[in-house]
Design a protein around this ligand. Structure first.
Ligand code: AMP
Ligand code: MG
Length: 404
């Protein structure tokens, strides 16, 4: 049981599953976050017709005097939604989004124009095509606009609607069975017994899974009892595409998830070179992929982001988007052991000189939920680093980029 790097763990977990089969057609209003089953090809040009990008006057470039003002008669007027006119020698009033009259190849902004009776006084011309949106300049009919496997975002839905598409073909969501393990765990809302704690991981994981595009089947809390665990694991595996648990996978005597899984499937215990987070159990229960996350909530979050998410993306038929990381300035110093990647919870502060400073949350431990909830993201300390100096540059991974 060697130590494996975080990057290797993510890649290996994704390789543990195949995309779930099946395709369904959904109206756009229900498609946010769903994964496209096939590429979308534009059925029309965007924009569908040449139109004005400004409120102004459409003209023929050739009718304007270079380097001087030109007076032209006003020939007509077109607002958005009106049919296009036909331009002769003159200027044509157009508004933003209105079809430019046939023959026009330039729109002059109204701010640059003055009126004198029925005449329009235009400045020396800008280049041909200015302030004019050509048909198909954004998207040409027949062009692939979104690839198969794309997770649809609000921006994509806007594009699909602009193309006149009312429905899209998307993949089925993976069904994910979720449970917590531990004799100490109590359901929120119930009385807390002595020596008990409330189950925090399930609430967090349910929401993380849902945001990652899973249909969550919540199976509650299971006791540290191998036979009971095995029974539930088997039942969950039969009905779902992935089983996710937290707790019970370290090397303590009461860590029975390992034993239960060995009885109904197989298990690899990965000692992932991260802090917090290791170990993470990966395997299969009765033929269904299985991820056993650690018990400590911060380790659960980190394990979810870097190990469970790639596998979920694969099941969903999409590719995991690499989290966005950007450099910030460390507002503190920190010693760490080399050989594993360490994640510190931090918040960002902007200094008067514009520098973005990371302040570390005082909550140290892998069990500190406050440190997760009260920070903006994770500082990523590279494997080889031993000493982070105050004022040095350090990569920061914001939670918003993780949808978490
Ligand atoms: P374990 O891996 O089961 O030994 O758990 C490690 C630590 O995480 C222990 O302090 C557990 O009480 C805690 N823990 C396990 N599961 C949960 C949970 N669902 N919510 C909050 N803390 C938990
Ligand atoms: Mg436990």
């Amino acid at each position: 049981m060697g130590l494996i790097s975080l990057d290797e763990a993510g890649g290996r977990s994704a390789a543990c599953a195949e995309p779930v089969p099946g395709v369904l057609e959904l109206p756009l209003v229900e498609a946010d976050g769903r994964v496209l089953a096939e590429a979308v090809v534009a059925p029309i040009d965007l924009p569908p017709f040449a139109n004005s990008a400004v409120d102004g006057y459409a003209v023929r470039h050739a009718d304007l005097l270079p380097g001087a003002e030109t007076r032209l008669p006003l020939l007509g007027r077109t607002a958005a939604g009106d049919p296009a006119g036909t331009l002769g020698h003159g200027a044509w009033r157009v508004f933003t989004g209105a079809p430019v009259p046939d023959g026009a190849d330039l729109v002059v902004m109204q701010e640059d124009v003055s009126l004198s009776g029925d005449e329009v006084i235009l400045p020396s011309p800008a280049k041909r095509g200015a302030n004019l949106r050509r048909a198909g300049e954004d998207v040409a009919r027949g062009q692939e606009v979104l690839p198969a496997g794309r997770r649809l975002r609000p921006r994509d839905l806007g594009l699909l609607a602009a193309l006149g598409l009312e429905r899209v073909r998307v993949r089925h969501r993976p069904r994910v069975a979720l449970f917590s393990t531990g004799d100490e765990l109590t359901e929120p809302g119930q009385r807390l017994r002595p020596a008990a704690i409330y189950d925090a991981n399930r609430a967090m994981l349910r929401a993380l899974l849902a945001r990652a595009g899973a249909d969550v089947v919540d199976l509650g809390i299971l006791r540290d009892e191998p036979a009971e665990l095995e029974r539930h694991l088997r039942a969950a595996a039969g009905a779902c595409d992935l089983v996710v648990t937290s707790g019970g996978v370290s090397v303590g005597e009461t860590d029975h998830v390992k034993a239960a899984l060995s009885a109904c499937g197989s298990l690899d215990l990965w000692r992932v070179a991260i802090k917090p987070g290791k170990p993470i159990a990966i395997g299969e229960a009765a033929g269904t992929p299985f991820i056993g996350l650690p018990g400590n909530p911060v380790a659960v979050f980190v394990g979810f982001v870097f190990v469970a998410r790639p596998l979920l993306a694969r099941l969903a038929g999409t590719v995991d988007e690499a989290p966005i990381v950007f450099p910030v300035t460390a507002g503190f110093q920190h010693r760490k052991k080399p050989g594993r990647r360490e994640f510190l919870r931090a918040s960002l502060e902007r200094r008067d000189d514009g520098a973005v400073i990371a302040r570390r949350h005082p909550g140290e431990g892998a069990g500190s939920l406050a440190s997760l909830a009260q920070s903006d993201g994770l500082l990523v300390l590279a494997e080889e680093l031993e000493q982070l100096e105050e004022g040095s540059s350090v990569p920061f991974l914001p939670y918003v980029g993780l949808l978490g």
